[in-house]
Design a protein around this ligand. Structure first.
Ligand SMILES: [Zn+2]
Length: 312
């Protein structure tokens, strides 16, 4: 196994963080150069969830819009013969099992996004374990195999919720994609490694969303609002830069980001949304389909399970 074992929470100057800045992502090159096919593959991940639950809060219902939105994504992926990793919310799977079977039957990876989309910062370890265990039970019953990957709701693995790693490892997970190595007011561990690495206190592999290093700090390019708002050529340039350093770019998309009129429809069904949130969340959704086509045409993608197949 050649994954670099830089650890979360170590200060710059300790355990190679200086080297990380100096050479831009050492360690991972050897692993990828030796054991994965060329050219390097990126990973397109989908956080399979519905907008009201994901953005407004876990008290909201799962609506049928998630089906249509997910099928739009599936159509794009099928068109380009791209396989993706779907971090699937247990509540969505519970409500619409045939949708999950459809995704799985199309050759995509089904991973876990927990059950209820409660942020780790709002719950304790016991409740977290119950939530993840419940999602595993639902997904396993639908597709016939246990998920090996997990992504925390809203990347809520932060310094105070690092207890999540050993719990995930004990539950049988092989990897997580839950730590955003950026500085942000609600999430992120800015000094966490930018490349796949092992957690400090368990065998779990962390696969962080893509960032670029510029002006001494990490900048997100990976997905969601960042991906919608950044000019397309800049995002593609950043992915190329990572790939030149033998780094896979791990990107993320939400099905609802393709749903241009989605928020208006939720409001028509009685969900209250402030004007600022409406504008920000809707902004550039009309770009998303074209952008995804462009990415799928220009870059090579695989699933996280496939990317890590020699390491787990
Ligand atoms: Zn989510």
């Amino acid at each position: 196994m050649h994954l670099t074992q830089l650890q979360h929470g170590e200060q710059p100057g300790v355990a190679g963080m200086d080297r990380l800045d100096a050479t831009d992502l050492p360690g991972i090159e050897h692993w990828l150069a030796k054991e994965t096919p060329r050219p390097i593959a990126n990973v397109l991940t989908i956080d399979l969830e519905d907008w009201p639950v994901a953005v407004l809060g876990p008290e909201h219902d799962i609506t049928g819009r998630v089906i249509e939105n997910t099928r739009r994504l599936l159509h794009i992926l099928r068109w380009h013969q791209v396989k993706a990793t779907f971090f699937t919310l247990g509540r969505v799977a519970e409500r619409f099992p045939p949708l999950i079977r459809e995704i799985h039957d199309a050759g995509h990876e089904i991973a876990s996004h927990g059950y209820g989309h409660e942020l780790l910062t709002d719950i304790d370890p016991r409740r977290f374990e119950d939530d993840v265990r419940r999602s595993v039970g639902i997904l396993t019953a639908i597709v016939g195999e246990r998920p090996i990957g997990y992504r925390a709701p809203a990347f809520s693995v932060v310094p105070s919720t690092r207890w999540a790693g050993p719990i995930l490892a004990d539950l049988g997970f092989k990897y997580s994609s839950s730590v955003f190595p950026i500085r942000h007011r609600r999430y992120g561990i800015p000094d966490a490694p930018r490349h796949p690495h092992h957690w400090k206190d368990c065998g779990l592999i962390e696969c962080p969303p893509a960032t670029v290093r510029w002006l001494g700090r990490n900048w997100p390019i990976a997905g969601g609002g960042y991906f919608r708002l950044l000019p397309g050529p800049i995002a593609r340039l950043a992915i190329r830069r990572l790939n030149r350093a033998d780094m896979p770019a791990i990107l993320y998309v939400h099905p609802y980001e393709l749903d241009v009129e989605g928020i208006r429809c939720h409001m028509d069904h009685g969900i209250e949304v402030g004007i600022k949130r409406h504008l920000m969340q809707r902004l550039f959704r009309s770009r998303m389909e074209g952008r995804l086509h462009c990415l799928c045409e220009q870059f090579r993608f695989t699933t996280m399970r496939e990317l890590l197949r020699y390491a787990v």
